[in-house]
Design a protein around this ligand. Sequence first.
Ligand SMILES: [Fe+2]
Ligand SMILES: [Fe+2]
Length: 304
Amino acid sequence: MSYEERVAEFKARVDAGEKIEAGEWMPDEYRASLLKFIEMHANSEVMGCLPEREWIPRAPTLKRKLSLTAKVQDEAGHAQILYRVAEDLGKSRDHMWDDLVNGRTKFHNVFHYPTESWGDVAVIGWLIDGAALVTQKALLDCSYLPYVRAMRRICPEESVHLRHGEELTLELVSGTPEQREMFQDAVNRWWRPIMHFFGPPSKPEKDVLLYWGIKTRSNEDLRQEFFSTYVPKLWDLGISVPDPDLAWNEEKGEWDWGDPGWDEFWEVVKGNGPRTKDRLSRRKQIWDHHAWVREVFNGIPRAA
Ligand SMILES: [Fe+2]
Ligand SMILES: [Fe+2]
């Protein structure tokens, strides 16, 4: 069988809803797209620890400190699971880590921004984990079975993060005027990065990830689900969204929304976000500092 015939047969299996196992033959484009996607997901989980971790020492109560610490630990665990899935596709964990800390691979735009108040912790826990859960639930139907298994482990934990964020939100919006204002201010600052999180409207027929069944839903489809789930809840709480065009369009049966502008998005994904350099250098510092642990586990004798 020629390479083209094998690719066509593989594509037919994916289109029929069959799942691909680790170690099976796969077209080069499938392997490369899948690896890049899972690696970025893993990078995002581990980089997502940093903005929230900054608030652990400043958590207002012991209960909040414990729940935030547990959430950050979960995110680090998600990264471990996902790097393991990515490793099977042919890139070592060391190589992926080296590429991340040296800025050669990407992580999600939302983790390039500063966290300025406790309101940001509520927005991240509720709306950003909410946005992530919308996209991650869609991956439960991915064509690559090891990734599906990873998502089956990860999604229930993300649901707990959502409850943690929702509880923080309810506490702030039912608190003092200053607490409400703190939350509203955080929503105002994070709304645009959240819109960017779903990516620009794209042509589904040109999306290689949809073609191979790695993703099963388009950027716009996921953004619409996010609106339907969270915007009515925000409005119920008396929190406004900084997009005057956002409204349910009865005729189209979908949400209209205002173009947030994409220049900032492209700058951030290129690695020029407001906190990109600090966060990567922090990760690199931790990596270098813990080199001796890896050496011990790998059985490399330490220099005297
Ligand atoms: Fe996570
Ligand atoms: Fe999470």
